[in-house]
Design a protein around this ligand. Structure first.
Ligand code: B12
Length: 211
């Protein structure tokens, strides 16, 4: 097995030490950092994703793999210009105002990153103007909002209104998710997409960008 395959396997296994060592070895061997990222690190997450979808892997294992991918990224990222990284798209994401739940959002971020998206995490309890400011600053193609409380669901609508008011609605696609959210609710508040889980989040983001 090649070192790149071993690296992908180590990411899948969530073996932090092995990921760090193999990534460094590949760098020392002169392998193109973008190949290390795409075939080794993201390659490992590509093993994880279908297993998670099929229910063969669970949240803690996926998080471990994603963390392993990040550890490898830290080794290679300084070697590539940000502009050379072929991102699938840029996503700004946050948990809406009044809501502190972030486990699901963080999982979505990890899966999006493993799918090659650049993700800017705004954290939790993000007010509508926080999303607006982030759109101006980062110019993402996609804005993601997470809510876990029935009492904070409507903050999604408030955020969409604020984005509209700022004249930015036609610049971004908006995707929403979280346990109480449904496709019907997404339609009702005028979001462009809904994802029931992290894999669905990645799928809807890819779909929205290809339109
Ligand atoms: C962990 C947890 C907490 C933790 C949060 C820690 C953290 N850092 O996130 C703590 C203890 C802080 C907490 C606090 C509270 N919680 Co709480 N919490 C939960 C719990 C047990 C799990 C949530 C979770 O992490 N699920 C696992 C993740 C992986 O799933 P997920 O979040 O749904 O995310 C997935 C999808 O929804 C989707 N997704 C999520 N976000 C996004 C975004 C996009 C863009 C897309 C496309 C997809 C997507 O993909 C994710 C990955 O597959 C749930 C119960 C439950 N079983 O859901 C209650 C729950 C959500 N909490 C609840 C409540 C009431 C509260 C409190 C009000 C309790 C209190 N009285 O203090 C506070 C509120 C604090 C606040 N202001 O937010 C209720 C909500 C009830 C309701 N209908 O509104 C629940 C349902 C428990 C219950 N049955 O009563 N909570």
């Amino acid at each position: 097995m090649s070192k790149l395959n071993n690296l992908a396997e180590a990411v899948f296994q969530g073996d932090f030490t092995e990921v760090k060592n193999l990534t460094q070895q590949l760098v020392d061997d002169g392998v193109d950092p973008l190949i290390i990222i795409n075939e080794g690190l993201i390659g490992g997450m590509n093993i994880v994703a279908p297993k998670f979808k099929a229910g063969e892997m669970f949240v803690p294992e996926v998080m471990k793999s994603a963390k392993a991918m990040h550890i490898g990224m830290e080794v290679v990222k300084p070697l590539v210009a940000e502009s050379d990284i072929p991102y699938a798209g840029k996503v700004v994401i946050g948990t809406v105002a009044g809501d502190l739940h972030d486990i699901g959002k963080n999982l979505v971020i990890m899966i999006l990153e493993s799918g090659g998206f650049k993700v800017i995490d705004l954290g939790v309890d993000v007010p509508p103007e926080g999303f607006v400011e982030a759109i101006k600053k980062h110019e993402p193609q996609i804005v993601g909002m997470s809510a876990l409380l029935t009492t904070t669901m409507m903050a999604m609508k408030d955020t969409i209104n604020a984005i509209e008011k700022a004249g930015l609605r036609n610049k971004v696609k908006i995707v929403v998710g979280g346990a109480p959210i449904s496709q019907d609710f997404a339609n009702e508040i005028g979001a462009d997409g809904y994802g029931a889980d992290a894999m669905a989040a990645k799928e809807i983001c890819s779909k929205l960008l290809s339109r």
